[in-house]
Design a protein around this ligand. Structure first.
Ligand code: PEP
Ligand code: MN
Length: 353
């Protein structure tokens, strides 16, 4: 279980809870990240390990100094993801653009929109369109993980070059998927603002470690065949390298007879925000694989309080190199969606968290 305390509790109050846990023989891991904050904002958190039952949780909840007790099955032993005990924002400094971009915490919904695969002809216009419609960031794949070796694998380094040239014009930070640990230097050379770990690399631990060590913010996508417990453990590999700038992205999973490209995992927005202090993004394009579903699924994610929405856009989807069928091509529609998502997300935040 995880114990969150009220702000400004005394050492005596804390010790009384610890004494109780000691009697029960539970191991207590104080949350290291809770140190150093001011008394007004200080939320102390203890992670407790042992054979905890509902009775234990109820008894701890009864202490006046306890804000809430969270029971989680299969919590990773090292909860780096819960550092600071409250929802943390990740800031992308955006040295190639006008101003930093924030995601998570108390900031409004962040929208990441761009082409699935970078191309020479339409990436600039697509990313400009996304910006005009209200997107905060651009996404673009240079190295593409394809199921079949006979499919286009991305423009690779040239794609990163194009992405960076487009960034100079548009001014929004970029997120791009890194496939291989050997490419870390390349992503540093092009100063990619946010490294994306794709669903197929979700348990490529060496890549997670090196991405964590790079010091760049990392967006980790849940593996499409991984449980949430496995996903949290994997994401902890990134943070364990001393990298606090982790964003967790849900994108649907393999399921049983669902209607879309993947089975949506929208409910995890609510579940994860209770056990994780990191920003959560929902990929409405790769979860659904349908242009017509993007708006509705985005509405659900926003109403669930998600921190960011990721989607594919393309000004000429019929000419897109990958995934044109799921890309939004109308600026007007996109602007309408983004505006609705922001309102729904603000409403959700008024009542939750
Ligand atoms: C992508 O974002 O382009 C992508 C391939 O996503 P995923 O790893 O979720 O399939
Ligand atoms: Mn795609």
């Amino acid at each position: 279980m995880i114990i969150q305390y009220n702000t400004g509790i005394s050492d005596e109050e804390h010790q009384s809870v610890l004494a109780k846990l000691k009697v029960w023989g539970f191991r207590v891991q104080p949350n290291p990240g809770s140190e150093g904050t001011t008394p007004e904002t200080h939320i102390q958190v203890d992670n407790v390990f042992g054979p905890v039952t509902d009775l234990h949780r109820r008894e701890i909840s009864n202490f006046d100094c306890v804000r809430q007790v969270i029971a989680i099955e299969g919590v990773p032993q090292n909860l780096a993801l819960l550092r600071h005990g409250k929802h943390q924002a990740v800031t992308l400094p955006n040295p190639h653009g006008a101003k930093p971009v924030h995601i998570g915490g108390d900031y409004p919904l962040t929208v990441m929109a761009g082409v699935c695969a970078v191309d020479k002809v339409h990436t600039l216009a697509s990313h400009q369109m996304a910006k005009r419609a209200g997107a905060d960031m651009n996404r673009g794949g240079a190295f593409k993980p394809r199921t079949s070796p006979y499919d286009f694998q991305g423009m690779k380094e040239e794609g990163l070059q194009v992405l960076c040239e487009v960034r100079e014009e548009v001014g929004l930070p970029i997120v791009s998927e890194i496939l291989d640990v050997r490419d870390i230097d390349l992503y540093m050379k092009y100063d990619v603002d946010l490294l994306q770990i794709g669903t197929r690399n979700a348990q490529n631990f060496e890549l997670l470690i090196e991405a964590g060590k790079s010091g760049k913010p990392v967006m980790y996508k849940r593996g499409f065949s991984n449980s949430i417990d496995e996903s949290l453990k994997a994401a902890n590999y990134i943070m364990e390298q001393g990298n606090e700038n982790l964003i967790f992205c849900l994108r649907g999973v393999k399921g049983i007879g669902h209607s879309f490209r993947n089975q949506g995992d929208l409910d995890e927005i609510v579940a994860l925000s209770q056990v994780m202090a990191r920003p959560i993004v929902y990929d409405v394009s790769h979860s659904s694989g349908k242009k017509s579903a993007v708006s509705g699924i985005g509405n659900m994610a926003a109403a669930g309080g998600v921190d960011g929405i990721l989607l594919d856009v393309h000004v000429a989807p019929q000419e897109a190199l990958v995934d044109g069928f799921q890309a939004i091509d109308s600026e007007e529609e996109l602007a309408g969606m983004i505006s609705t998502w922001r309102k729904l997300r603000d409403l959700a935040r008024g009542s939750a968290r």
